[in-house]
Design a protein around this ligand. Structure first.
Ligand code: ADP
Length: 545
């Protein structure tokens, strides 16, 4: 605001200590706060727990006027504001949980300058009463929390977020905008910038690495999974851990089976009566029960620092979902482990849910299709994680865009860098070189120009004499009969190529394989491609608690 001296980073740091008791900003926070104070829009991508709220609360405190925070999490606003008030910050919120009378009081007080920060839901921005109110206050800053909701490439697209841009631009003096999210693929970041109308935003992606967590991936037959889990628990009897299953049925069945093996576990899913759920949660948090078997309904807002392991009984639908759940391990910084058990059936289940899902009244048919398409891409990223022979940590960090090498946000299948603390870097498998197979598959896709699906590509390169191949004269192709691997292996190579962005699978009823954005890599002299074969079969669970 013209004439008002702007706050400095020192003011901001002083507020951080005075109100919240923290000595200094975390690296990403300082970058965002500094940008905002200098009058520049900012986009911050940080995982849950990294401290996104300081990025707008501190500027809100030290800047003149009232900072607005747009958040979709109406049910959390009350708590957020209570925490602010306890810290001595004049916070407020405006949402449908307040009576109309209370809402009027809040707005009246805001006009009188009572508050520094106000949380609002995105739907509110279109409300004429709210617009009229906003025109009477000085708004130096608008923070958009959960900013990925503006993008159809995220999992929680909210059409109401599309109205934020118009709201921002309706001000005579445009406020500074800071957007925050934990979802960081390049597509989502671009959407946030464009759809919110950010102006040359200072952008930062930080805090995704969790060095104390060892990541592991194991491909198992569905019937092997239980024994693997029992064996794992037997080796970690005194430690606290969470086992995530994708369905309530699996939660119930696994808990019961573990009980029969003499392992007492508590469980949690949304199908249980609230009282039971709360009781299991309490027992887990108080360490009365060390093992929690749960669906993804468990964990939101739960801060238990000594969770030593998180095992996934099924492959989740996206890296975002996986990392959020896995990230509940090792909050205290002590060595912890995250193990993902998967089978082909998990991929099929995720595909099924994407294709069959879609019931959302808020979205048009076209939007539903775009959301599905995004979900398929996210699933590809998750499958790529399961199958990569490269460093698992690197894969995740690249996925979240923490590494500038990966501007496309595309997943990749192999990497020279290793963390030394994941099952791939520690080499529980043999990487088998499938460069030739990969090259022939890419050549074949090029030759048939995206006319066929995975099975047909595999048939062609393997030299099938099927009717379709012969009648289509596909035996004349250069790539015909160039590969001797099994059909299953060739299909797996194709899936890995898709995860790496070298090939692409179209959406729709008959998915066809085409070239991906990185197909050029397969042309290069230096191109190599590998896939993994688990070296030592896991020892049978010999469980005796
Ligand atoms: P997010 O919104 O990214 O999930 P929060 O804003 O809720 O994260 O912050 C997560 C935790 O980190 C909170 O307990 C918060 O008090 C703490 N925190 C935030 N910033 C700092 C800091 N600079 N120093 C120490 N702790 C911090």
């Amino acid at each position: 605001f013209a004439g008002v001296p702007s706050a400095s980073l020192d003011d901001a740091r002083a507020a951080l200590t005075r109100y919240f008791g923290y000595r200094d900003f975390r690296a990403g926070q300082q970058f965002i706060v500094e940008s905002v104070l200098q009058g520049r829009d900012a986009l911050g991508v940080m995982p849950t727990g990294a401290g996104k709220s300081m990025c707008y609360q501190i500027p809100g405190i030290v800047m003149p006027g009232l900072a607005l925070v747009v958040s979709p999490l109406v049910s959390l606003m009350g708590d957020q504001v209570r925490a602010l008030i306890e810290a001595g910050v004049r916070g407020s919120y405006l949402n449908s949980t307040l009576t109309p009378g209370q809402q009027r009081t809040v707005m009246k007080r805001a006009v009188e300058g009572t508050y520094k920060i106000m949380y609002v839901a995105p739907e509110r921005l279109a409300d004429p009463v709210f617009r009229e109110f906003v025109s009477q206050v000085e708004v130096p800053l608008i923070a958009v929390d959960e900013a990925h909701c503006v993008s159809q490439w995220g999992q929680d697209f909210r059409p109401s977020y599309l109205a934020i841009r118009e709201f921002i631009e309706s001000f005579e003096k445009r406020p500074i905008v800071v957007a925050l999210t934990a979802t960081a693929t390049e597509r989502v970041r671009n959407d946030i910038t464009t759809l919110l109308g950010l102006r040359d935003p200072a952008e930062i992606v930080t805090g995704f690495d969790r060095p104390n967590i060892r990541f592991g991936v194991e491909r198992l037959e569905p019937k092997q999974k239980r024994a693997r889990i029992a064996g794992y628990i037997a080796e970690h009897l005194r430690e606290s851990g969470i086992i995530y299953c994708s369905t309530r049925k699996d939660v119930d069945a696994l808990t019961e089976w573990l009980g029969q093996q003499g392992i007492s576990a508590t469980r949690y899913h949304a199908g249980m009566p609230v009282a039971h759920r709360q009781e299991s949660q309490r027992r887990f948090i108080d360490d009365d029960a060390l093992v929690m078997v749960a669906t993804n309904a468990f964990g939101m807002g739960i801060d238990k620092s000594n969770v030593r392991y998180v095992i996934h009984y099924n492959m989740p639908k996206s890296i975002e979902a996986y990392y959020q759940e896995a990230g509940r391990a090792g909050r205290d910084g002590e060595p912890s482990e995250c193990l993902l058990l998967w089978s082909d059936g998990d991929i099929a289940t995720c595909r099924y849910f994407i294709e069959e899902g879609g019931g959302n009244d808020e979205l048009s048919e076209e939007e539903v299709q775009r959301v599905k398409s995004a979900q398929r891409r996210m699933l590809d990223g998750m499958v790529g994680y399961c199958r990569t022979t490269g460093c698992l940590r690197r894969y995740i960090l690249d996925y979240f865009g923490e590494d500038s090498r990966n501007e496309e946000g595309a997943a990749f299948a192999s990497s020279a860098e290793s963390c030394g603390n994941c099952s791939n870097c520690l080499g529980d498998f043999d990487a088998i070189d499938v460069t030739d197979t990969a090259k022939q598959c890419v050549l074949c896709v090029r030759e048939v120009q995206g006319a066929f699906g995975k099975s047909m590509i595999a048939d062609i390169v393997r030299g099938s004499r099927s009717q379709r191949v012969i009648e289509g004269e596909l035996d004349r192709l250069q790539s015909y009969n160039t590969v001797s691997d099994s059909a299953a292996q060739v299909k797996e190579v194709i899936e890995l190529l898709v995860a790496a962005g070298i090939l692409d699978i179209s959406d729709g009823t008959y998915p066809v394989v085409g070239l991906g954005a990185r197909s050029f890599e397969a042309e290069q002299e230096s191109f190599t491609f590998s896939m993994k074969k688990i070296r030592r079969p896991r020892k049978k669970a010999s469980h005796s608690p």
